[in-house]
Design a protein around this ligand. Structure first.
Ligand code: 4AD
Ligand code: MG
Length: 446
């Protein structure tokens, strides 16, 4: 008999098959016992009918503990009512072998657990259908991202994780001793190295973990998160937004093609994702500020009004982004942020140095910033001035400054936060569920 994965079950209707997996749930109805079995690729209902099995085997199935590992053989049937992912199929059990009977005290039994308890048991929580679905979407988001970049002239270049200096602000650095060389820091971004790489490869991307020793406890922040960072030579701000838009549209279409059952199982309103189409609106920071002022003046709830308070020059907080994205069904680009709130390397706006050629992409439904990017300063002296203004160690940036001496060109890039994108696509409340083992200020276990 052929061993089959649940994801492939539709190709085996009417045939005998073997499934290897774990018992997710069990319900009994007189002579029938239903096991919901998961095998990593999906969930399928397996039905034991008393009259078809030996009394010993039926009895064993009736008492099988949740999470026991099993090998089941039986006949694959189509049944519209059968639960599961993809769902609509079941296996009539002919034989069942228990590989290991799980202990009866499984901590993550199928009921509501407090968040801290669930996080303490993340190593088991990831087995739960909702978590499995989210992390499957995550894998597809990452694959689709690479697929689009690899298919559009980008070269993957890995950038170092141990770095000599801050690149995204000095307040969020994880520091470590580095032999006789002094201090090293965990990378907050691979961007600066990407900027070196474009002068050899034109269009590059790095995709890896990045670290922020951020004291934020919001539902959007992790201290270790995965960032995708493309960087392009001969590319200005408009070119940058075109690329972001195409890539995001591709990611969505792949997820909608390959992960629909997962999204449905999460209760996601699929139509909201299906309706996303290029072009995304592009508004300036000034226009966004005016919209916020308008929303502020119209807000009647005093608590909400307080949160919407806004003066030109500040960076947007989560409530501002949420309010802004509420105005659009599409993701929205906000460009031209105040120079003072953005990183040192951003190209100033021509004739208006108080704003810079930065752009954030805000996801709808209140999700807010999923990508942050900019055109980079290409002039050597201006970049040096900015490094001094921000009290960054010039020595650590010698190599970075040299890039502006030998064939400097206008260039741009952005970073996409994988967990932010996954949170939005899955419609989940908190970013910690969008990564297998989340790291936050309060958590490095398990
Ligand atoms: O806006 P950020 O800080 O931009 C950079 O680091 C640039 N150097 C990227 C570049 O231009 N190559 O971060 C980029 C994205 C954000 O838009 C957000 O999606 C995500 O990374 N991000 C976080 N995600 C989770 N937890 C955090 N603490 C995050 N900080 C940023
Ligand atoms: Mg940002």
């Amino acid at each position: 008999m052929e061993t089959v994965r649940v994801s492939d079950i539709a190709n085996h209707i009417g045939r005998e098959a073997v499934i290897q997996g774990w018992v997710y749930n069990r319900t009994d109805k007189g002579k029938l016992c239903f096991l919901l079995v998961r095998d990593g690729s999906g969930f399928i209902q397996c039905v034991a009918f008393k009259d078809d099995l030996s009394p010993e085997l039926f009895d064993q199935i009736m008492r099988i503990p949740q999470e026991s590992s099993v090998i089941i053989s039986g006949t694959v049937r189509e049944d519209k009512r059968a639960p599961g992912i993809p769902g609509g199929y079941e296996i009539g059990i002919k034989d069942l072998q228990i590989v290991q009977a799980a202990q009866a005290d499984y901590p993550m039994a199928l009921k509501d657990h407090g968040v801290d308890f669930a996080l303490d048991h993340r190593h088991l929580w990831i087995r739960m259908q909702s978590q499995w679905a989210i992390l499957r979407v995550r894998a597809t988001v990452m694959a689709a991202t690479r697929e689009w970049l690899d298919g559009n002239g980008f070269i993957a270049m890995d950038t170092p994780i141990l770095t000599p200096a801050a690149a995204e602000g000095t307040t969020t650095l994880f520091e470590t001793d580095y032999f006789d060389e002094g201090k090293a820091y965990l990378a907050q971004t691979g961007q600066l190295y990407n900027e070196a790489n474009i002068f050899s490869f034109g269009r590059v991307y790095c995709f890896g973990p990045t670290f922020r020793a951020e004291k934020s406890k919001t539902r959007r922040h992790l201290t270790e998160f995965w960032m995708l960072e493309p960087e392009m030579a001969f590319c200005d701000l408009d070119c940058l937004m075109d690329i972001e838009e195409k890539m995001i549209v591709h990611i969505l279409s792949r997820v909608l093609r390959d992960r629909l059952p997962e999204l449905k199982s999460l209760g996601r309103d699929i139509s909201k994702l299906e309706n996303i189409k290029a072009p995304f609106p592009r508004i300036s920071y000034d226009q966004a500020a005016a919209k916020l002022a308008d929303l502020y003046s119209k807000e009647t709830d005093s608590e909400k009004k307080e949160l919407l308070k806004f003066d030109w020059g500040i960076d947007f907080g989560a409530p501002h982004e949420t309010a802004l994205t509420g105005l659009y069904a599409q993701p929205v680009f906000v460009y031209g942020y105040p120079t003072a709130v953005k990183a040192f390397y951003m190209e100033p706006w021509p004739d208006r140095p108080e704003v810079c050629k930065s752009v954030d992409l805000l996801a709808p439904e209140g999700y807010g910033e999923i990508c942050g990017g900019s055109e980079r300063i290409s002039d050597h002296d201006l970049l040096l001035k900015r490094i001094h203004e921000q009290n960054l160690p010039e020595d650590a940036f010698t190599w970075y400054l040299q890039l502006r001496r030998y064939g400097s060109v206008p260039h741009s890039g952005f970073g996409m936060g994988v967990e932010r994108v996954v949170s939005w696509i899955c419609g989940i409340e908190h970013i910690r569920e969008a990564i297998p083992f989340p790291r936050t200020i309060k958590r490095v276990y398990p």
